[in-house]
Every structure is written in C-alpha cells, then in structure tokens.
Design a protein around this ligand. Structure first.
Ligand SMILES: [Zn+2]
Ligand SMILES: [Zn+2]
Length: 323
C-alpha cells in the first residue's frame, strides 16, 4: 500500500500539471486571438482610469508609468524625446505629465519594439506630428497583422495606418544628439522580438531596454514572431557591457533597475537556459521541462513560469509549431 502510494504520487502530479496547463502535446495550447479590448481586460489594464506616475531620474530625465511599457522622457533645449508611448487614450495624460515637468509637444518617440503596449500610442502621436523612430524590423512588423501568442492568451495586433508608422528606422546603431547628450540606439539581433532597440542616454547615464529586460516577472519571448531566449541573453549581455556600474537601467515593465539587477537577470536566464538545454539534449518534452522545475530558484520572486518556459522551450528547440 505504502509502495503504491509512493509510485502514484509523481503520476498524480504529472496528471495535475498536464491538466492545469492544458498541455497534451509539445505545442502551446492554442487560444483564440483576442482583440484590443479583450487583451486589455485580460491584463486588467484599464486605459480609461489609469493614472500616469512619474519618477524623476535627473532634472530633465524622467520615467513615466501608466498602462503598458515604461516610458523614458528627455526634456530640454531641443524639445521632448520619449521612448515608447503606451496607448492612444493615455497620450493626453502623458502629455500633461510632460507639461508639468516643463516640456511641450513630443518631438520624437522611439519605439523599443512593435508590440501594442509599447507602440499603440503612435496612433495618436503620429497624426499629431511626432517623429516616430524604430528598428527597421519593428516597422516591418507594424505593416501587417500579427498574432502574438502569449500562451495563456493571444492577441491579434492589427497593421498600423501610415500615420502611425515610424518614418525613421535603423538597422544596427543610430545616434541622436539631443538635449545636450548623445542618445545611442542599439539593435543586437532577434531577442524579445526581431526588432528590439536599447536606447542609451549617455549624458543621463541611463538605458531603456524595452521588453528584452522585464523586471516584473519572467520575460515573455515572442517565439511565434522570431524571438529567442538565447537572443535575450545576448542582447542583455551586449547592453551590460556598454553601461557603467552606476547606470540607471529602465526595463520594459516593472520598477527602474540598475547594473546589478540586469546582471542578475542575465545570470538567471543563462542558468535556466543551460538547465533546459541539457534536458532538451536528452530528448525532454515540454512537459518534462515543466516537471524538472528548472526555474524553482526564482519562482517565489518571479511568479508564474508557464508562459516563459513554453516560449523558451519553443525557441530553444526551434519548434514554433503554432506560431
Ligand atoms: Zn511589453
Ligand atoms: Zn513586448
């Protein structure tokens, strides 16, 4: 009796795990793509009631938190430059926060990547005359409809109209000389998406990494649209090698971080990647990887790992069966 109980416990756990994640095969559970209203509801993001919170880093350099990706703001003699722009409904609130800090109209908006929670604000800023900037692949993605498979939910991001498309793009690097500092844009390779940009504000000693660095939980890797876990590690390592130990590090989501925060994030991802690869090389299925608890050291701090493991597995095995 005792022996039977011991044998059946792992079996029971496996069954429970499989059923709770709905995984009967190695692909992600296919979910119907949602529209804009649906995805905002799924994230509990209320763009109507959202308030914009501001964090001042230096006199003329700030971070805005609202709904969606974190926004960096540079205000000075050349005007206003922002990184990422959240949602059209939030633009009036973002503009009034910028006004309170001494700025005027947004002259430039750089998109860290094409995902809706970082770039939908283009729909309001573009027609108002803001110069929109992104990596060339991000602009390319904005030209057509794309399904973003976040595993638990999925979103059908529609093509942007012409007025919301970046009119300035770059491939590897680009510089702005704006508000008395050099602003460097860097693309490393496919990471969170295929069009990620890190933006270094050299004078303010700060960098914005977009969703390549998530400081609010395990990162989402858009494996269905070319993102890879290896690429995220490489991208973050390239940025780390270009910053100082006292550089302010702005993640796509979550609180403002620093050199050590980014370094620890890279170490976490590298360890998890190595654990997953050694399992995959032995023929592990996605369910085997879940059962091996490769993220156990960080789950308490980072929370739910299901989407992260799924997308990482798909990118490591190059088996993006469901896109
Ligand atoms: Zn995001
Ligand atoms: Zn994203």
């Amino acid at each position: 009796m005792k022996k039977n109980a011991l044998v059946s416990l792992p079996l029971l756990l496996t069954t429970l795990l499989s059923s709770s994640f709905g995984l009967s095969h190695d692909g992600a559970k296919k979910v119907e793509p949602m529209d804009s209203e649906g995805i905002l509801k799924a994230f509990s993001w209320d763009v109507d009631s959202a308030e914009i919170k501001t964090q001042t880093i230096n006199e003329n350099f700030h971070v805005l938190f609202g709904v969606g990706g974190n926004i960096a703001v540079s205000i000075g003699s050349n005007g206003v430059l922002i990184v990422d722009d959240q949602f059209p409904k939030l633009i009036p609130k973002i503009e009034s926060a910028i006004k309170k800090m001494g700025g005027g109209k947004v002259d430039f908006a750089i998109n860290t990547h094409w995902h809706f929670d970082h770039a939908d604000g283009n729909l309001a800023l573009g027609p108002a005359g803001t110069w929109l900037v992104s990596h060339s692949n991000s602009r390319k993605m904005m030209l057509d409809d794309h399904v973003i498979n976040l595993v638990a939910v999925s979103y059908d991001q529609k093509a942007y109209p012409k007025e919301a498309l970046p009119i300035i793009t770059f491939d590897d690097r680009m510089q702005f000389h704006f508000n008395d500092e050099q602003v460097d844009l860097l693309h490393v390779g496919p990471a969170h998406t295929t069009g990620d940009t890190a933006i270094f504000f050299r004078g303010n000693n700060a960098v914005h990494l977009g969703d390549v660095y998530n400081n609010s939980g395990y990162p989402f890797i858009d494996a269905g649209n070319g993102g890879t876990l290896d690429g995220v590690i490489e991208f973050c390592s390239a940025v780390l090698s270009e910053i100082k130990e006292d550089t302010v590090v702005i993640p796509g989501h979550g609180p403002v971080s620093d050199y050590d925060g980014l370094k620890n994030y890279i170490e976490m991802l590298s360890t998890i990647r190595d654990r997953m690869m050694s399992l995959i090389q032995k023929g592990a299925t996605l369910n085997d990887v879940y059962a091996a608890k490769v993220t156990a050291d960080w789950d308490k701090k980072m929370g739910d790992n299901s989407g992260f493991i799924n997308r990482s597995y798909m990118s490591l095995t190059h088996r993006v069966v469901d896109r």
